[in-house]
Design a protein around this ligand. Sequence first.
Ligand code: ADP
Ligand code: G6P
Length: 455
Amino acid sequence: MPKSKPIVIVANRLPVQRVGDRFVESAGGLVTALVPTLKARGGAWVGWPGVSTPLRRFRFENFRVQPVHISEAEEDGFYNQFSNRTLWPLYHDAIRTPEFDHSWWRPYVVVNHRYAKAAAAVAPRNGLVWVHDYHLQLVPAMLRSMRPDVRIGFFLHVPFPPEELFAWLPWRERILEGLLGADVVGFQTQASARNFSRAAREYNLAEGTDTELAVGRRKVRVGTFPISIDFQWFAEAASKPESLREASLLKRRLGASRKILLSVDRLDYTKGIDLRLLAFEAMLKRKRVRVSECVFIQIASPSREPVHEYAQMRVRIEQLVGRINGEFSEPGRVAVHYFRRGYTREQLAAYYRAADVMIVTPLRDGMNLVAKEFVATRSDYSGVLVLSEFAGAARELRQATIVNPRNIEGMADAFETALNTSKRDARHRMAILRTIVRRHDVFEWADNFLEALAG
Ligand code: ADP
Ligand code: G6P
């Protein structure tokens, strides 16, 4: 059975971080998904510790942690520039113009090679290696040339772009060859899987169907594996007396009769934070809902700050928050609360529980776990989810109120309707949403992928 086989995870970041003189598990979706699997099977995690001082390999619980050293100059070329200024915007519908700079490609190749070498060194004979995300798309082929005995899986957490956009990339064939080195290539949605298969055929690197490609005599399976969350954890955390106390304290402090609209994101231009603020402003301008009746909370965790486009988005958001509050806030009744900081998962669970309307409106998102986390916390079946049609999650969470994040007036309508949704209607929709997320949790996701990989 695949469950018994050790695995090697290769991901940009390690699942642990240094706190004082010891290592603790970091927060985040991938860690939640894979650390329990790794603990059960044993194996290794290859990744970047996020610091430029070299670290030796060590054991954590019952798996091995294999740090990959990246110098500061490489971090800039590989991570800030090529990963986050070329690939990230290109793969998210070119929401920001991707930059194609040949001096960034070299560090991308060099660092990918280092990850492949580290994986080759720790993978057991005939073992399973699972590579993650857009930072490491060359690793599958590199690893195959070093270790033809291992089974290699690759999962892309972000969207794979349509042909017309992917064609912009000067290194498009190299990226495809890298990915086609895997035995299984997984995506969040069918659209992404199809885009990839079509690109592979378009550039004559593979033949076959949207779900099974042939590269020479070798088969590459292309599949859809929508990632999820630890439903049980969020459901239980949000129902604990401390969380319920925290949530009702928050409601009291904001004004017990006011309905809470909540958004939680990394501060990223793909998340559509500015457009949803404009939609909230448009709703207030209509004067059918007043700040005495509602409040908008935007939680945004700082992210990729050295990248110019991120710094620019922060300024834009902060200006908009200032403008809206200047116009609409009243003494003791602030229209928009903006918290630019990270929270613990427990704290987030209490915020989710306090919200009446959860607004998740990215311009493009591979999946969006926040939407699923919100659903999991609503064990009282209350609350309305407003969800962008451009989030992978919209393919599954069809009972949400689906919106086009570029339609400001349409979003303002959706917010108003959400605030006025009857308890009965909300309950009906939440029951279906919860069933979907409960059934398809992150452990099922990992099992499905690993089963496909084990062949
Ligand atoms: P992305 O992977 O693009 O950041 P997701 O919504 O899929 O978007 O995942 C974001 C994850 O980060 C979620 O698990 C969410 O709980 C967490 N997160 C988002 N904002 C914060 C924050 N301010 N503090 C702590 N965790 C956060
Ligand atoms: C997205 C990416 C992940 C990444 C995460 C946080 O979810 O798909 O690979 O780890 O954002 O971004 P960061 O740049 O801080 O790792």
